[in-house]
Design a binder for this molecule. Structure first.
Ligand code: IVH
Length: 694
């Protein structure tokens, strides 16, 4: 996409813009930002820090704000989403969006090859093979270099216009250099996906907010495309692969680009234009035997990819041959999907347990006859809520199909009704709490039944488990098992009692030697100085995850300041919407909660937002980066220590960085850090002193 000279030029312009903002020119600034987006989102190798990118991006916004007439449709600023309700108009595709025929084994592939050879009147056909991305298909139209439309597949003939949402996906460029290939208009096809990492992170965020998790990356991607609020799409960190040119129009007299003679060439052309095609992933083969061997070998690599694929796609490489073979109304005759075996298994739904969480939510958990699936034994799967059981018509004794997608939590796909013998039992949801018998309640528009009893034992225990957990107060030696044990023995009845635990009693318990009691005591003591955000998170306020807790903590001094804020004021905090504000307000206007907080304060728990100096027992709010070879510590251990003490590891040098720890043979990071006065540059020995001191 960029030549070496262009890269050098763009880097130089970047540097001069950063050093001397007065020299910024609008056109070059856009090119520079586009270049860095390409480095980051397509090549995954950024050349500047997020902070530097943001500095330049803010400069762009400033110039465009002062001169709105200069805004272009492909300016990087035009990705900005809108929380206005999207409405999706139906638009016809230029060329119908077909599906693919499926194959599952070598015979199917050999059959496909035989038919293709017959149709082409050839003895051997060259194929190009690429991943079958497991996401949601899209069709994009670029006209005169600009992305003008993005649609879902719809019924194949027409889809829904989702352009605003698609612009939130950074690996889809807002403009591409079509004109330099003599092309005026091009329609391309691809798949929007969510990487396994983005999926896990997004689900973690949902869990923190006590919202139900997404089932798998495919659903996550597909669901995102039709979201009403495009700013929410941006938060999902979606990605896209482009694998097919369905139509292109040449400028009068322009020759067909050489690369547009084969599928493999077209992937290269797309890549050269700055689109994320499977250029690096594709493989070419001279006959079907080699394709079959590759398909067999590749399946084992499936789990090591950063995104989900459900197979491979085999395409006749030569475009002239593709045309000769043509298509049915459903699929092209020149391509076939080779589907991997689904990571599915069948087993028996033996029992259902109803578990009560810390917010009183009652979750049905399926107890299954243990079965191995994708290398993991599964015997228990969450059924989320009553709706889930009803929708899938799950019954006790049913044979059920279960599925595991990648490293994702297993799901029940469906029950097999035809295998029922007649003695299967309808699952009835309890009307009262399985632990304390309090009548269950369901809020309007919620799927979850809750026990709202303040004295429900299950909730008390779950709240304590959450309080001591790693992301909350991080009381190391505690953990779930000890909380349950101490509660059962009557040593511990509520959160404040964690701080008044009678350690002399513990000595009588099996497995509690002097050393483990000392460790426990020290960990409890240490938790008193945890940063404020951890306490806010640890209290288990509904919808307040770790991120929200951090935002709130940064805006207040004492935790009880929150009793003084109105719901409107709370909504002014970033990341806090109506629902969250409502929940925080309710929490801090409940006498019982205030009494709990005051009790904890008397017991010595930190209630105050401390500043960012590393003086009071933690590295909270401080950013670290290591460079060069450390000689005394392993880099991963050093990073873990920082995180354990509440600090963060940054990915590059920026003015957000507080400490650069320099090992032997440090390189460019050190040079870069020297230019930023606020960064403290310390040696490994000084770092060790710092953490020991703290
Ligand atoms: S080619 C005419 N290539 O799989 C071209 N499709 O099950 C047809 N898919 O509808 C599509 N990865 O949404 C093609 N590398 C790939 C693909 C791919 C995923 C999807 C696509 C298609 C579906 C068929």
């Amino acid at each position: 996409m960029y030549t070496k000279t262009q890269i050098l030029d763009l880097q130089n312009i970047t540097k001069s813009f950063l050093q001397n903002p007065a020299s910024i020119q609008l056109d070059s600034l856009r090119s520079v930002l586009k270049f860095h987006e390409y480095q980051y989102y397509i090549l995954a190798s950024p050349l500047i820090s997020d902070f530097e990118y943001d500095t330049l991006y803010q400069a762009l916004l400033k110039i465009e704000k002062a001169n709105p007439s200069l805004i272009t449709t492909d300016s990087p600023s035009q990705r900005v989403g809108s929380s206005l309700q999207n409405s999706f108009e139906t638009k016809a595709h230029l060329v119908p969006m077909l599906s693919l025929e499926n194959s599952y084994n070598a015979e199917d592939l050999a059959d496909f090859d035989r038919k293709a050879k017959e149709g082409a009147e050839l003895d051997a056909i060259h194929y190009c093979v690429e991943p079958k991305f497991d996401g949601a298909s899209i069709s994009l139209i670029y006209e005169n270099d600009i992305l003008v439309r993005a649609c879902t597949r719809g019924d194949g003939v027409a889809g829904e216009d989702i352009t605003t949402n698609i612009k939130q996906i950074r690996s889809i460029p807002l403009s591409i250099p079509l004109a330099s290939y003599g092309i005026t208009q091009m329609e391309i096809r691809g798949e929007v996906i969510m990487s396994k990492q983005a999926f896990n992170e997004f689900n973690k965020k949902l869990a923190e907010k006590q919202l139900s998790s997404l089932a798998n990356p495919r659903n996550a991607a597909a669901g995102s495309l039709r979201m009403k609020d495009s700013t929410e799409v941006a938060e999902r960190n979606l990605d896209a692969f482009i694998y097919h040119i369905s139509y292109y129009q040449l400028k009068k007299g322009a020759p067909v680009p050489e690369l547009l003679k084969t599928h493999s060439g077209s992937l290269e052309l797309l890549w050269n234009m700055g689109l994320r095609s499977p250029q690096k992933e594709k493989k070419e083969f001279k006959n079907i035997e080699a394709v079959i061997q590759f398909c067999n070998e590749f399946e084992s690599q499936r789990d090591s990819l950063p995104y989900e694929i459900d197979g491979l796609v085999i395409k006749v490489n030569d475009f002239a041959l593709q045309e000769k073979l043509g298509m049915t109304s459903h699929h092209p005759r020149w391509a076939i999907a080779y589907k991997f075996k689904a990571r599915q298994a069948t087993t028996i739904l033996e029992n259902v347990e109803f578990q009560v969480g810390r917010t009183g939510a009652v979750t049905p958990v399926a107890k299954l006859k243990a079965v191995a699936i994708g290398g993991v034994t599964v015997s228990s799967i969450s059924m989320h809520n009553e709706e889930y059981i009803k929708e899938k018509d799950l019954r006790l004794g049913d044979t059920v199909i279960i599925e595991r997608a990648g490293d994702v939590i297993p799901q029940i796909v469906q029950s097999i009704a035809t295998l029922r013998k007649g003695d299967e039992k309808i699952i009835s949801f309890p009307t009262s709490c399985p632990i304390c018998d309090f009548p269950l309640e369901k809020e309007e528009a919620e799927a979850v039944w809750r026990c709202n009893s303040p004295s429900c034992k299950a909730q008390i225990v779950e709240k304590m488990i959450h309080y001591v957990s790693k992301d909350a107060m991080d009381i190391k030696s505690f953990g779930e098992a000890n909380i349950r044990k101490f509660y059962a023995l009557g040593f511990l009845e509520n959160i404040p009692q964690l701080y008044t635990l009678d350690f002399s009693k513990l000595g009588t318990l099996e497995g509690f030697g002097k050393k483990s009691i000392d460790n426990l005591q020290a960990a409890i003591e240490a938790s008193k100085t945890q940063p404020l955000y951890r306490l806010i998170y640890a209290l288990g306020i509904r919808f307040v995850g770790e991120t929200t807790a951090k935002t709130i903590a940064a805006q207040i001094h004492h935790i009880l300041d929150l009793t003084q804020l109105s719901e409107e004021q709370l909504q002014d905090f970033e990341d806090v919407g109506v629902k969250v504000a409502n929940s925080i307000y309710a929490y801090f206007h409940d006498e019982k909660n205030i009494a709990l907080i005051k009790q904890l304060e008397v017991l010595g728990v930190n209630m105050i937002q401390t500043n960012t100096k590393a003086v009071d027992g933690n590295l909270a709010g401080l950013n670290f980066l290591f460079t060069g070879t450390l000689t005394q510590l392993k880099r991963s251990d050093a990073e873990e220590i920082v995180e354990q003490k509440g600090g963060h590891i940054l990915s590059g040098v920026s003015s957000k960085l507080n400490y650069l720890v320099v090992g032997e043979d440090a390189g460019s990071k050190l040079e870069k850090a020297k230019k930023i006065a606020s960064i403290k540059i310390i040696t490994e020995a000084e770092f060790i002193d710092l953490i020991n001191f703290i």
